[in-house]
Design a protein around this ligand. Structure first.
Ligand code: FES
Length: 121
């Protein structure tokens, strides 16, 4: 089975368009996505809605492999989309790839984190 077979890749722009570390909002047909660049230059994509009260994660602070929501400070693991204990909850993640200096986010192949948010969708 080819995991990437049915993914619609959206061109999110040149890799240098996002400072490292930093994040920006990507508007897509599947809703807003927080596209995040870590200080090491890795990219991650998360649903742009905090599991606490829907705060815009794309406006959060990126540190290490985590993002802190700008509203009340909940911390999200960029790999899993899950809140870092003692916080709870999770947000959906999306596949990301870099090709020829541009970032692409995969839609319609949402990675499930395995926590309660997957069942709620
Ligand atoms: S909305 Fe994100 S911590 Fe409250």
């Amino acid at each position: 089975m080819n995991f990437f077979k049915d993914i619609a890749w959206v061109d999110a722009g040149p890799i240098e368009a996002i400072p490292a570390p930093g994040a920006r909002q990507l508007r897509t047909s599947e809703g807003n996505i927080a596209l995040v660049k870590t200080s090491s230059g890795d990219f991650h994509a998360l649903q742009d809605a905090c599991p606490h009260r829907g705060g815009p994660l794309s406006q959060g602070m990126v540190y290490g492999e985590r993002l802190q929501c700008p509203m009340h400070g909940l911390n999200i693991d960029l790999h899993s989309g899950e809140a870092v204990a003692p916080d709870q909850g999770c947000t959906r993640t999306y596949p990301v790839r870099v090709e020829k200096g541009r970032v692409f986010v995969g839609l319609s192949a949402i990675a499930e984190c395995g926590c309660a948010c997957a069942a709620a969708a």
